[in-house]
Design a protein. Structure first.
Length: 64
């Protein structure tokens, strides 16, 4: 599956810097982060998803 994610300038910069430190492409680091998140216990993932959704609810409503 190919997935497109839009990052703010600050997040893009942080991702690129972390990827450089680790010697991997930003896309590889992002994919590894997603794999790690999904590998966590389901309850942890659900709590994180609820937090992100609540934090960005206004944005999602504007985009709908």
């Amino acid at each position: 599956m190919k997935l497109s994610v839009e990052l703010t300038g600050a997040l893009e910069t942080q991702l690129a810097a972390a990827a450089r430190r680790l010697g991997v492409a930003p896309e590889q680091l992002a994919a590894a982060a997603v794999r790690d998140l999904l590998a966590q216990r389901e309850a942890d993932f659900d709590a994180a998803a609820r937090h992100v959704l609540a934090k960005n609810r206004a944005l999602y409503e504007r985009l709908a």
